[in-house]
Write a protein that binds this ligand. Structure first.
Ligand SMILES: *Cc1c(COP(=O)(O)O)cnc(C)c1O
Length: 390
């Protein structure tokens, strides 16, 4: 019998891997309601607390008044508005790159960049923990595709030695499910020796890392000669929606000509770009958000290790607690929820087998008291599910 969907669904359920969407019945924030139940949330990617910022909301409303609602067409036809263009110029200034291309999402930014740059006869080398959109793009490109061990330069070098054609090394900047940073200085040096290009997807670094929030390349001081293709997303720390690719004039022209996920899609609503200009200004000028976040991260890590929890090697707002077993991760998440705390359990295939975890994320919108509430709830939950303790 073809299309036996019910057995597929039943298998997924039996493996404790069934996904359900919590229904958010309030605006995005750290104090939310889900199905009407008030919860303190530690699971969004709204790291700077900008998703519901009144000035950004106001900018979006002003953008609607000024530019209307829909993008109306693709960028190449007649969908490229001055709002989009100004945002591209502002993002080029933030990243210190000659030019930026605004995309409708991070997923399509990655698909567009990789498929436009490499194809049959070329090579794409990726960290094995890269985001799904990068892995999908590598497969779709038709290039020889190989994954190196996580953040392992020796493993990358072995693959670089065998690479053919144009070679693109691709890595997350901040690994989305672990919170650790790519060892970019070493990865870039290895790539340069073999004339390979480096592409960094800094979805979780923009806004959080670097003195002005320009992400991992700012933190490490890496320019265009080190990282030729830089991707950022706007739906996380920026609090709005969309993504961008930053690089040379020629790179951006190449993407405009050849990146199919750019060419064949409607531009994002210009009011979203207008709102993002405001969040960019807040992200750059209000460094207190990054400073406050750093204090919260330190407080959480100190408290969690005092509870004997296994922390990952992360200095970012992504602070996962490794559980291992998927069913147990679900139990712990449910235990926290009974105490008014929402932390999502992340299970395979989003993370490797046997590494289910509670992906705790912190936001500048949290207070120190919020962190203490989380720690207390963890302690209480662990007291009746002690086997979770690492
Ligand atoms: C979220 C994410 C994306 C996708 O970005 P969207 O704008 O949500 O499509 C891409 N890469 C990484 C590393 C991400 O975490």
């Amino acid at each position: 019998m073809p299309f036996d969907l019910s057995s597929r669904l039943a298998e997924r359920r039996a493996a404790h891997l069934y996904r359900q969407r919590p229904l958010l019945t309030s605006p995005q924030d750290v104090h939310i309601s889900v199905d009407g139940q008030p919860l303190l949330a530690f699971c969004s990617n709204d790291y700077l607390g900008l998703a519901n910022h009144p000035e950004i909301a106001e900018a979006m409303v002003e953008g609607v008044r000024r530019w209307g609602v829909g993008g109306g067409a693709s960028h190449l036809v007649i969908g490229h508005s001055e709002a989009h263009h100004q945002l591209e110029e502002a993002l080029a200034a933030l990243t210190g790159r000659p030019r930026v291309l605004l995309m409708s999402s991070g997923y399509t930014a990655n698909l567009g960049a990789i498929t436009a740059l490499v194809g049959q006869g070329d090579t794409v080398l990726q960290d094995r923990l890269n985001h799904a959109s990068l892995l999908d793009a590598g497969l779709l490109s038709g290039a020889r595709f190989s994954r190196y061990l996580h953040n392992d330069v020796a493993s990358l070098e072995k693959r670089l030695a065998k690479a053919t054609g144009n070679t693109l090394v691709v890595t997350d900047g901040v690994f989305s499910m672990d919170g650790d940073l790519a060892d970019l200085p070493a990865l870039c040096a290895a790539a340069r020796q073999r004339d390979a290009w480096v592409m960094v997807d800094d979805a979780h670094g923009f806004g959080c890392l670097g003195a002005t929030g320009a992400g991992i390349v700012e933190q490490y001081g890496l320019g265009l000669d080190d990282v030729q293709v830089l991707v950022g997303t706007l739906g996380k720390a920026f609090g709005t929606a969309g993504a961008f690719i930053a690089g040379s004039e020629e790179l951006i022209e190449t993407l405009i000509q050849f990146a199919r996920p750019y060419i064949y899609t409607t531009s994002q609503p210009p009011a979203v770009a207008w709102a993002t200009l405001k969040s960019l200004q807040l992200l750059r000028d209000e460094s207190w958000r990054r400073e406050h976040l750093a204090r919260l991260i330190a407080r959480f890590r100190a408290g969690a290790s005092a509870l004997g929890l296994q922390l990952m090697d992360s200095a970012t707002p992504i602070q996962p607690l490794l559980v291992g077993d998927s069913a147990r991760a679900m139990q712990l998440s449910a235990g926290l929820r009974e105490r008014g705390i929402l932390v999502t359990a992340i299970r395979p295939p989003t993370v490797p087998q046997g590494t289910a975890r509670l992906r705790v994320t912190l936001s500048a919108a949290h207070s120190e008291a919020d962190i203490d509430r989380l720690l207390e709830a963890l302690q209480q939950t662990l007291s009746y599910l002690p086997e979770i303790e690492a």
